[in-house]
Structures are given as structure tokens and as C-alpha cells.
Design a protein around this ligand. Structure first.
Ligand code: GDP
Length: 330
């Protein structure tokens, strides 16, 4: 393991936009070691005044919809406007399979070489809750390092998009024309969370179908109640391959930002997200303390046997475990 720096060394490096120190800072906040957590906590506290000023954009869509191609084209557009952008990925697949849908190294190669862009995949082997905590803290570090736009990417196949929605200002859903909602695995609830739906791959033979899909999705969205943001969910087309619809989408996001800044939703949303963040952290810490406690580990092992053999009821066993846990705390 590489040596840790002092809090001030992390602080200075990150505030001055040093990418190597930023990466080391992220590795620190990803660590589960007690000393590291403490150091990370101090660092985050000191960085706090420099955070919160970015625009946080969540992006989701099923594998193959073109997320990484889109982020690359979109990201290049932003850096051409001289914006510093950070791309974070939340990948719920990396825990189960050991492999990962999102983390393959050849993704976003152009963007990865752009001095104004910083790309960081999520740490693998964590629970969704752990990934969420890491991503939020990573986001803060990137903001302190001067990244003005944070893109948080996730595969739209499970609960992770709700998490990403909960930490972004603007939520973009990428879809394909003619694939059918069911085939695309997108639940209605996810469409409801979106501030914009972009039909990607609107190029070549697909162009007409993409235009038709706009109408269909608009009709479907019409059935949803209006969002608190007062921004009507837009459906647009784009092609990451041909770089069309990309600058328009950025304009749309700016429109959203202007509107919600004026009507107060932007701030209100951030405040609610902070509360959610706090409660998530409490829950996550309790769960970690429970499962990482040595005597709990032992007690759970024997109790699991009793429950799976039908010798103890799950609820009674859970209650007994919680009582043991509370005793270790008192
Ligand atoms: P992801 O799994 O959502 O990240 O999707 P990728 O970005 O890896 O793209 C999946 C496939 O779709 C790749 O073969 C891309 O070249 C292709 N693709 C992505 N965007 C476009 C697009 O705008 N137009 C066309 N025709 N193909 C695209």
C-alpha cells in the first residue's frame, strides 16, 4: 500500500487541481480502514467550502445504448467550451461478476486523454450503499479540484439509477428508437425521474425511427405528473457517433439550470439531497458496524445455520442478533 499523505498535503494538492493527488485522495476515501476513514473525514471537512459549485449530471441507459460514446462526445463538447469535467461511474455489476460492464479501459479513450477531463470508475467489490458513499465523496473531491461539471454514469438495470438521481441536479436517460421499452429494460419509474430523454443513434437508417420515437415518448411522458422543478421533461434525438444533437442537449441542460436556479428548485433539491445523504450515511455506518463487528460475524455464522435448518425463525434470529449487537455497543 502506498503511503498516505498528510491532510494538508491532500488538501493543497486537490485545491490546486493536481490530478495525481486527486486520485490518491479518492483512493483514500474509498478505503475502509479505520485510520483512512478518519483521515478522509478530516479532509472532506476541510474541503467543504470548495465543494458544491459544480453542475452534477446523472446519465443512465441500458448497456449498448451508447453511454460511453455519448459521454465522450458530450464531454469533448464541454471541454471545447473550456469546461473542466469529471466523469464518475457507478457500476452495480462489478460486485457480482467480479468483472464490470462499465470499467473496461478502452472506454472514452479520447476524453481520457483530454487535460480538462478526469475519469474515475467506481471501486469494485462494494455494496451499492458503499458505492454511493464513495461516489458522493469523490464528487466533492472533484469539485474541490475545480471540475465544473460532474457526470455520473450508471447502467440502467437496477437500483443504481435511483441513487444517481439522488445525487445529481439533472438526470438524463438515453434510449434507442424501435427497441421497445421492455426490451430496453427501462422501467416507467426511471422515465419519470428523467429531466430529459435522449434517443441516441439518431443517424443513418435510424434517423426516421428516432424522430418517431420522440413523439411516442413525449406522449408517454405526458401521462406523468409535472415535476416539482417546473421543467417539462424534453425528448430529443442525438448521435454520439456523428456529434449531432449534442450541443443542443447542453443548451437544454443550461435552460434547466437557469430555470431551476430562478425558481429555487435547484437549491431546494440540493438541500433535500443533503438530508438524504446524511440518512444514507447513518444507515450505511450502522450496517457496516454490525457486519464488520468480530463477535457479530461469529454469532451470525451459527445463527445462519439455525435459520437455514429451520431451527430458528428469521425474525426471532434477527431480533436476537440485534440485541447482541446493541449489548456490544453499551
Ligand atoms: P454503453 O454500453 O451504453 O456504454 O454503449 P457504448 O458507448 O459502448 O456503445 C455501444 C455500441 O453502440 C458501440 O458499438 C458504439 O459504437 C455504438 N454507438 C454508440 N453511439 C452511437 C451512435 O450515436 N450512433 C451509432 N450508429 N452507433 C453508436
Amino acid at each position: 500500500m502506498r503511503q498516505r499523505l498528510s491532510v494538508d498535503a491532500y488538501l493543497e494538492g486537490i485545491l490546486s487541481g493536481d490530478r495525481v493527488i486527486l486520485s490518491r485522495g479518492i483512493t483514500l476515501i474509498e478505503s475502509k480502514l479505520k485510520n483512512d476513514r478518519q483521515l478522509a473525514g478530516e479532509l472532506l471537512n476541510k474541503l467543504l467550502p470548495a465543494t458544491g459549485k459544480s453542475l452534477r449530471i446523472g446519465i443512465t441507459g441500458v448497456p449498448g445504448v451508447g453511454k460511453s460514446s455519448f459521454i465522450e462526445t458530450f464531454g469533448k463538447h464541454l471541454t471545447s467550451l473550456d469546461k473542466k469535467i469529471a466523469v464518475l461511474t457507478i457500476d452495480p455489476s462489478s460486485k457480482k461478476s467480479g468483472g464490470s460492464i462499465l470499467a473496461d479501459k478502452t472506454r472514452m479513450e479520447n476524453l481520457a486523454h483530454d487535460p480538462l477531463a478526469y475519469i474515475r470508475p467506481s471501486a469494485s467489490g462494494l455494496s451499492l450503499g458503499g458505492v454511493a458513499r464513495n461516489t458522493r465523496e469523490t464528487m466533492l473531491l472533484c469539485e474541490a479540484a475545480g471540475y465544473e461539471i460532474i457526470i455520473i454514469e450508471t447502467v440502467g438495470v437496477g437500483q443504481s439509477e435511483t441513487l444517481v438521481r439522488g445525487m445529481s441536479d439533472f438526470f438524463l436517460l438515453l434510449m434507442l428508437a424501435g427497441a421497445g421499452d421492455e426490451l430496453q429494460g427501462i422501467k416507467k419509474g426511471i422515465m419519470e425521474m428523467a429531466d430529459a430523454v435522449a434517443i441516441n443513434k439518431a443517424d443513418g437508417k435510424n434517423k426516421v425511427a428516432a424522430q418517431q420515437a420522440v413523439g411516442e415518448y413525449q406522449k408517454a411522458l405526458h401521462l406523468f405528473p409535472k415535476s416539482d422543478s417546473e421543467f417539462a421533461t424534453h425528448v430529443v434525438t442525438c448521435s454520439a457517433l456523428e456529434n449531432t444533437g449534442i450541443s443542443e442537449l447542453w443548451e437544454l441542460i443550461r435552460e434547466y439550470q437557469n430555470l431551476t436556479t430562478k425558481n429555487g428548485f435547484f437549491e431546494k433539491n440540493r438541500r433535500n439531497q443533503n438530508l438524504e445523504w446524511m440518512h444514507d450515511h447513518i444507515r450505511q455506518t450502522l450496517v457496516d458496524q454490525f457486519y464488520e463487528n468480530a463477535s457479530m460475524k461469529k454469532a451470525l455464522k451459527s445463527t445462519e445455520k439455525l435459520v437455514s435448518n429451520g431451527k430458528e425463525l428469521p425474525l426471532a434470529a434477527a431480533q436476537r442478533m440485534l440485541e447482541i449487537f446493541l449489548k456490544t455497543k453499551s
